[in-house]
Design a protein around this ligand. Structure first.
Ligand SMILES: NC(=O)c1ccc[n+]([C@@H]2O[C@H](COP(=O)([O-])OP(=O)(O)OC[C@H]3O[C@@H](n4cnc5c(N)ncnc54)[C@H](OP(=O)(O)O)[C@@H]3O)[C@@H](O)[C@H]2O)c1
Length: 271
């Protein structure tokens, strides 16, 4: 039996769907399970909810969007419970290898080390920047995209591809024991390219002016620094490297992310 955490989140939900489609026995772990469904109450902040008895494989979707100490405490709870309850294989969704400079990378790398030093068999899926997230940060205003991405390229990936890759690993975990996969795109794209394809104008902004705007935007205290780290890493080409790992796990070429970026760009902006 496979358990997927964060199952009402966008990535976790898509992983469960892929596993159901593949006919795998799967339970969806979520903080707010629907009564009478195949869902299980799983909240990383509540250790008492972390009963993994009977699950051979757990797909642990990272629970970000908080300060490092909060995320690390959550992830410690999960790994400790998995060790205690006899989980055979833990699959963790981490951040891309070149994401070491991103503001949320410490919690991911801490979690990887904790898992690698555990008694469990494991697979680390180092997910690249979502195409959907890149698109949301390119939302145009009156035909102009203004963002501090410079002219740097980024090897974004669609959530759907990442979900399918995770489901493939969870379906045959023995083929992926103690492996780290760097799941970035097969092609890197720039904000400028996206603007041209969408018939828009791209005006690169400075990091300083954007930081000032974010500071006024009512975000949580840790969020502006995390967002700025994404902009700066992309602008300076840090996230442009491509790999073949995603295609290898999918058994096909990754989807071209351009359309996903453009679709997401046209929806209301969210962080
Ligand atoms: N690669 C990227 O570009 C990128 C971008 C943003 C975030 N991320 C990371 O990838 C993860 C999944 O992305 P996503 O798009 O699916 O995000 P999402 O749609 O916002 O979903 C995040 C899910 O995390 C789960 N979660 C939050 N707090 C939790 C807790 N205390 N215990 C257990 N689960 C908790 C929740 O699942 P339930 O509601 O089911 O409890 C939530 O729905 C994020 O949490 C974040 O760590 C990656």
């Amino acid at each position: 039996m496979i358990l997927v955490t964060g199952a009402s989140g966008q990535l976790g939900h898509a992983i469960v769907e892929r596993l159901v489609d593949a006919g795998r026995p799967v339970v969806a772990g979520t903080r707010r399970p629907v009564a009478g469904s195949a869902q299980r109450h799983i909240d990383f902040d509540e250790p008492v909810s972390l009963d993994f008895t009977g699950f051979a494989t757990v797909v642990m979707v990272s629970a970000g969007y908080a300060e490092d100490d909060v995320v690390i405490a959550r992830h410690e709870n999960v790994v400790a419970a998995a060790e205690r309850d006899g989980v055979e294989h833990l699959i963790y969704t981490s951040v891309a290898t070149d994401g070491d400079h991103l503001g949320f990378s410490v919690a991911h790398r801490w979690t990887e080390r904790r898992i690698q030093g555990s008694t469990l068999r494991w697979t680390i899926l180092r997910n690249g920047l979502y195409a959907e997230l890149f698109g949301s940060l390119l939302a145009p205003s009156e035909g102009v995209i203004t963002a501090p991405f410079g002219f740097g390229a980024v090897a974004v990936v669609t959530r759907a591809d990442l979900a399918e890759a995770a489901a493939n690993v969870a379906s045959e975990p023995d083929r992926h024991i103690n492996r780290v996969y760097d799941l970035v795109g097969a092609r890197a794209i720039t904000a400028d390219q996206i603007a041209r394809v969408a018939g828009l104008v791209y005006q690169p902004a400075s990091l300083g002016s954007h930081r000032a705007a974010l500071d006024e935007s009512g975000l949580l205290p840790f969020q502006p620094a995390m967002l700025l780290s994404i902009y700066s890493s992309v602008a300076h080409g840090i996230l442009s490297r491509t790999t073949t790992d995603l295609g290898d796990l999918l058994g096909r070429s990754p989807s071209d992310p351009e359309l996903t970026v453009i679709r997401r760009m046209e929806q209301p902006a969210t962080v």
